[in-house]
Design a protein around this ligand. Structure first.
Ligand code: ME8
Length: 502
């Protein structure tokens, strides 16, 4: 593409200590919707996801499963990778932290931090949360557990430290200069107050286990899993071969989507690491809330997870994608339930959207021999209908840019309702013999709006949008300029049911 709009979109890289669940599927789908939307708006998009495979937690899980850490990581990473086509994800890269290219990046990045004078050897004493791979001080513990909810063990080990304490003011200044850096604002405020309490230096190596990337020139230590993991974003962007990231077009516009529990790692540690080596920080850290199941965070350790494979197999990936974006207000927590899934599926996708497409298309098939022409003239009511649909569609890009995914889908639902009302009111069937011209006009006007709605919905329900384009004999490429039009003559292919009822 020959324009100057670039964006690099990332999911967190997921731990391979257990299988993917709906929570992981959610972040990945959100990123995919955003990436598809950016494509549609003419951006050059780089979109990456992957797996975080080192650390004590993975080492322990492998042992429990009678596997070597590498075997175990291979098996679980494959589950995450195989889920991507099932969810219809358009990632450009899948990064594994056990890959050679990543090891090279981490080693180089470590040396840069070291050469810049931000790493020193010391001794760590503190409480380690294995589940979340992070150290805490006694003061930070909540009821004997880490503030992230994990069990803690007391540990003492020689380790390398990163001089995080030197970055407090620079981080605050960066947030001040970039007020939209952290989304939502409430998380930004949390980060600010965390920094204001004073940052302590960060332990960035471990000697109590060996499943990690050895520290350059001191292989008794392995690199702290979070430093290792965060660096994946540079590996994906070709560092260190492509060393001058500040000149790289994708690095100008990096957007990290993360769950709310890992904002700190991205907004503080990651930004400080990058500042230390002179690489520009990302443009945005966008965080979302949690899917709950029976009131608690859905998580592998609690065992209350819902399985994305089952929902895709039963309802199709579009249905799951739609539900995930529609049900949760982005940024807040919400409950995942099969009952509300089926309700939304039937009421919106099957009865409202599917039915709209089906009634218009089958009418054209049956009474117009499957071919329809752009009308020469339309009535004021037709014109008003176009305007009402456009009014709903045209606000969507802004809502998506603001990550208001459920509001965007509400607008699309309004547009679908308006379209069904238009047909009910215009009653094309009453003109079957009396005024074929008027019947053609109503059907064309409605079909053109269905087409526009399909394009605006295509980031969320790409398979259905493609099916519809196949029925309309149009290419399944989606661009949005606010004025998508059907060709003057539309000839239909065979029809397909878009959303069977459940
Ligand atoms: O934190 N609701 O990996 P992880 C919504 N490896 N999203 C959820 C969720 C839930 N109940 N559960 C998980 C890690 N997620 C690190 C990241 S990045 C450099 C390293 C999603 O396997 C959400 O995006 O614990 C969350 O941040 C991520 O999975 C955590 O995945």
């Amino acid at each position: 593409m020959s324009n100057n709009k670039y964006i690099f979109i990332t999911t967190p890289i997921y731990y391979v200590n257990a299988k993917p669940h709906i929570g992981h599927a959610y972040t990945t789908v959100v990123c995919d919707v955003y990436a598809r939307f950016c494509h549609m708006m003419g951006y050059n998009v780089k979109f990456s996801t992957g797996t975080d495979e080192h650390g004590k937690k993975v080492e322990q899980s492998a042992k429990k499963n009678n596997r070597t850490p590498q075997q175990f990581a291979d098996e679980v990473s494959a589950l995450f990778k195989n889920l991507l086509p099932i969810l219809n994800i358009t990632n450009d890269d899948f990064i594994r932290t056990t890959e050679f290219r990543h090891k090279k990046t981490v080693e180089h990045f470590w040396k840069k931090l070291y050469d810049a004078g931000y790493i020193y050897l010391g001794e760590y004493k503190g409480w380690y949360d294995i589940q979340n791979e992070a150290y805490f001080t006694e003061k930070e513990l909540v009821d004997g557990k880490s503030p992230l909810g994990g069990n803690v063990v007391y540990m003492e080990e020689p380790c390398y430290f990163f001089k995080l304490s030197a970055f407090g003011d620079r981080l605050l200044a960066y947030y001040e200069e970039h007020p939209d850096f952290i989304f939502p604002a409430s998380r930004r405020n949390e980060m600010i107050s965390f920094i204001r309490q004073g940052l302590t230096d960060l332990a960035i190596s471990r000697t109590t286990f060996s499943w990690g990337i050895p520290v350059p020139n001191d292989p008794k230590h392995v690199v702290y899993v979070w430093l290792d993991a965060l660096t994946n974003y540079l590996t994906v962007n070709g560092y260190p071969t492509n060393e001058n990231q500040n000149e790289d077009p994708y690095w100008q516009n990096v957007i990290h989507f993360v769950g709310k529990e890992i904002v700190r790692f991205h907004a503080i540690y990651w930004v400080a690491f990058l500042m230390a080596v002179g690489i520009n920080p990302p443009q945005k850290i966008v965080s979302h809330g949690w899917w709950l199941s029976e009131g608690q965070k859905m998580s592998k350790s609690l065992g209350n997870v819902q399985n994305p494979y089952d929902y895709c197999a039963e309802f199709g990936s579009d249905a799951l994608r739609y539900y995930l974006l529609r049900e949760l207000t982005f940024g807040s927590d919400g409950n995942f339930s099969r009952e509300s899934f089926i309700n939304r599926y039937n009421s919106i996708l099957a009865n409202s959207y599917g039915n709209l497409c089906n009634r218009v298309l089958s009418f054209i098939q049956k009474y117009c021999n499957g071919t329809i022409e752009r009308p020469v003239e339309i009535t004021d009511e037709d014109e008003k209908f176009y305007q009402a649909i456009d009014a709903n569609i045209n606000v969507c890009p802004d809502l998506i840019h603001k990550f208001s995914f459920n509001k965007y889908l509400e607008k699309m639902e309004n547009a679908i309702t308006l379209s069904n009302q238009y047909i009910d009111f215009q009653k094309p069937w009453t003109f079957k013999t009396s005024d074929k011209n008027r019947m053609n006009t109503i059907l064309y006007v409605c079909l053109e709006n269905i087409y526009k709605i399909a394009i605006m919905l295509s980031p969320v329900i790409p398979s259905t949008a493609e099916k519809l384009m196949k029925i309309l004999k149009l290419k399944p490429t989606f661009t949005f300029d606010g004025n998508n039009r059907l060709p003057n003559t539309v000839e239909l292919n065979e029809l397909e049911i878009l959303f069977p009822k459940h």
